[in-house]
Design a protein around this ligand. Structure first.
Ligand SMILES: [Zn+2]
Ligand SMILES: [Zn+2]
Length: 158
């Protein structure tokens, strides 16, 4: 959850962005922005759609998608592709590392002020860097516990 001041700044930024592009500041777009800033972690288009829907706020998935795209263009959010099939989004401006469990697919975030700084400084011929996201693959504590319990069970039964 962002602080009130941060939230005001983000809202201001989005409003100016819409104005500059001659796009309307619709209640739907502002409601989506509010949900996005309240997320605190990664989200999918579907998450925002569901959250709004459960509050009785009915906007189409297409509107949620296009608004999040606008937020990305505005630099408020960015798109993450942990795999090529599913887009996740998150607020920009927080340096952190993603720990991805190869067993269950859970993604944990660890705050790390230096995360990605070195990669951002690097230049790659023929490639224009937009941003970088650090991903570390491994096995989460829950899956390790499950594996240990399964191994113990197997030993007992053999
Ligand atoms: Zn796991
Ligand atoms: Zn993240």
């Amino acid at each position: 959850m962002e602080s009130n001041q941060q939230l005001n700044d983000i809202t201001q930024r989005f409003v100016s962005f819409l104005k500059a592009r001659r796009l309307r500041k619709t209640p739907e777009r502002m409601a989506i922005l509010e949900e996005v800033t309240g997320c605190g972690s990664h989200f999918e288009v579907e998450d925002i759609y569901t959250r709004l829907d459960s509050k009785g706020y009915h906007v189409s998935r297409a509107t949620v998608y296009s608004t999040i795209e606008l937020l990305c263009q505005c630099g408020i959010t960015r798109r993450l592709l942990f795999d090529m099939h599913q887009s996740y989004y998150e607020l920009t401006g927080r340096n952190h590392i993603h720990l991805v469990c190869m067993e269950c697919g859970r993604i944990k975030e660890v705050d790390e002020p230096e995360a990605g700084e070195n990669l951002l400084q690097m230049r790659f011929p023929g490639f224009s860097t937009s941003y970088c996201s650090s991903i570390v693959y491994g096995v989460c504590s829950r899956c390790q516990r499950r594996a240990r319990a399964a191994a113990k069970e197997k030993k007992k039964n053999s």
